[in-house]
Design a protein around this ligand. Structure first.
Ligand SMILES: C[S@@+](CC[C@H](N)C(=O)[O-])C[C@H]1O[C@@H](n2cnc3c(N)ncnc32)[C@H](O)[C@@H]1O
Length: 368
């Protein structure tokens, strides 16, 4: 175990931004905050490694694409982007963030989806929806869902619907990440430091997030230098990556930390998305190392000559030397960075490692 002093000596200060150097509005710039997502890496970290290892016009691949940070930043940099994820909701996020939007058509959609004033209450379509939303909030969400049909950008509005549903759940305001059970009465709110009541309506969120989404997609349209991105839905252990890839930039799930399907259960329920929980890596420790190395092995096989695999991870169990070796990768550099975690109620210091790897020479020879 390294001491904190030894750890600080190893830290890459250029990649360890403080809140003042990299405020939240920069970390969540344009489409990066279309919808909250736990376990995202900061776009500026991706940006730094794209500058070092990617080339405009070439391909960047993220097999654990999550909310699409790599894809968005690759497009902003001018590279083509491809990714995959086992969660259908994450794939939706990645596609929506990297899609192109025409301002006039967006405007026509805005008229079509504008929430109604008095929405009649309805029977809950599933037990989850019936227990996690007040009747009025659920009616407003279902009404908005109906209005999405026939619009030009239904997926964008599905993400807005999900974001509003997340905010409108019967959850305590300070407990939106993983609320354990619905709350129906008043409670002491740690976030607002007063007594709060659960939310009863959804339209105020829908209106706010519709405007916010339009602003964000147009802001991204102004800065992106490439508009080629594709997102595959599936298990990265068996999906073939595109070829040839210049740079693989990814952050794998970590065992037992976040359940990536459960995190967005409200979206799966409202949108009727297919769940593939059993294929999610990291739901337990068993099979974790084999699973991640299978994915990285496939990624290595898709690399163009000179290509790199960059893995962002908090490797406190020391698993990644073995994982990289089993994937036929050779570690070139291990960068430690301090992660600024100002959001949420998480305590304590947090460090993250960026592993820069290239195909192992021995393995390459054996295949030739
Ligand atoms: C740490 S997150 C990636 C976050 C991403 N870097 C971002 O900034 O949004 C890991 C992702 O791996 C996905 N995942 C887990 N098992 C997978 C599998 N077998 N195939 C593909 N993706 C998988 C999870 O759904 C999750 O979105």
């Amino acid at each position: 175990m390294r001491t904190q002093a030894a750890l600080y000596e190893e830290i890459d200060l250029e990649l360890s931004w403080s809140e003042a150097e990299l405020p939240e509005r920069e970390r969540t710039k344009h489409v990066h905050r279309l919808h909250p997502y736990l376990g995202k890496f900061v776009p500026q970290l991706v940006e730094a490694f794209l500058r070092r290892y990617a080339r405009p016009g070439r391909l960047v691949w993220d097999p654990f694409a999550g909310s699409g940070t790599t894809l968005v930043e690759a497009n902003a940099f001018g590279a083509r982007a491809a990714g995959c994820d086992v969660s259908a909701f994450n794939c939706l996020l990645g596609r929506v963030k990297t899609a192109e939007y025409e301002p006039g058509t967006l405007l026509a959609d805005l008229v079509a989806i504008s929430p109604g004033e008095e929405v009649p209450q309805r029977e809950a379509p599933s037990p989850y929806l019936g227990s996690w939303f007040a009747p009025r909030a659920l009616a407003e969400l279902l009404d908005f869902r109906d209005r999405i049909e026939g619009t030009a950008y239904p997926d964008l509005w599905r993400v807005v619907l999900s974001r509003a549903a997340r905010s409108a759940r019967l959850a305590r305001h300070f407990d939106l990440d993983f609320p354990a059970e619905p709350v129906r009465g008043e409670y002491v709110c740690h976030k607002h430091r007063r007594v709060c009541r659960p939310v009863e309506e959804a339209n105020k969120f829908l209106r706010r997030y519709v405007r916010d989404a339009v602003r964000r997609v147009l802001e991204f349209a102004d800065v992106r230098r490439c508009a080629e991105a594709s997102v595959l839905h599936g298990d990265a252990r068996v999906l073939d990556p595109p070829w040839p890839v210049d740079l693989v930039m990814t952050s794998p799930p970590y065992p037992g930390l976040i359940d990536y399907h459960e995190q967005h259960v409200y979206a799966f329920e409202l949108l009727g998305l297919e769940r593939r929980d059993e294929e999610e890596i990291g739901r337990g420790v068993a099979g974790y190392c084999e699973g991640v190395s299978e994915v990285l092995d496939r990624a290595r096989g898709a690399l163009a000559p000179g290509g790199r695999v960059i893995v962002v991870v908090n490797d406190r169990r020391g698993l990644y030397d073995g994982i990289l070796a089993a994937a036929g990768l050779r570690l070139e550099e291990r960068v430690v960075r301090h992660v600024n975690r100002r959001t949420g109620r998480r305590q304590g210091e947090y460090f993250e490692e960026v592993l820069v790897a290239a195909p192992a020479r021995r393995r390459v020879k054996a295949r030739a």
